[in-house]
Write a protein that binds this ligand. Structure first.
Ligand SMILES: [Zn+2]
Length: 183
């Protein structure tokens, strides 16, 4: 840890020496180094959802949520059925893309924002679609980022606690925000 801090300090000093005008973004990029940028970063940045929803989405996008299949792979003896539909194995891909419960939410939301082109067949196509819709700084992209983070969080909470009211509350909140944005 101390070594990392010292290396970061060295990097910052080198950046300051190399550039006449040092900006926060140039310091950030130099600290970032040559690490690859994830394609879904547009969903994380400039997202006005609550931090807990963004953290859930961040874990979801990396397949790091403790879904039943992952818990079982760690040796836990648990029921691996999806808590929402009781039909399939609970995996990230099933829970957020293929589950009947989640599909119903997405269909309703897509109908509400009038985007009929939503494809729901697999995680890869789903990911490609959400990245495309979340990109940019226009109002629709901002609303989509907020909506996706909140819905992912709600699906996760629902899957773990069976708290159905959350979805309705989120839809109501989003509808009110949408009305405020439109008016
Ligand atoms: Zn399911």
């Amino acid at each position: 840890m101390v070594k990392k801090i010292l290396n970061a300090r060295l990097t910052l000093e080198q950046t300051q020496k190399q550039n006449d005008q040092v900006t926060i973004s140039s310091l950030y990029l130099s600290l970032l180094g040559n690490r690859p940028r994830v394609p879904w970063r547009c969903l994380i940045f400039a997202n006005s959802a609550k931090p807990k929803a963004i953290v859930t989405m961040w874990l979801q996008l990396q397949n790091k949520l403790p879904t039943s299949d992952r818990l079982a792979s760690w040796g836990m003896d648990i029921n691996q059925q999806c808590k929402l539909c009781q039909n399939e194995l609970e995996t990230r891909d099933h829970l957020f893309v293929c589950c009947e419960f989640t599909r119903a939410i997405w269909r309703k939301l897509m109908a509400w924002i009038k985007w009929p082109d939503y494809t729901l067949d697999a995680w890869d196509t789903h990911l490609k679609w959400i990245i495309e819709k979340a990109r940019g700084n226009n109002l629709i992209a901002q609303l989509f980022r907020l909506m996706y983070a909140k819905c992912s969080h709600a699906v996760w909470i629902e899957g773990t606690t069976k708290f159905l009211k959350t979805i309705v509350e989120i839809l109501n909140t989003l509808q009110k925000r949408w009305l405020i944005c439109v008016v």
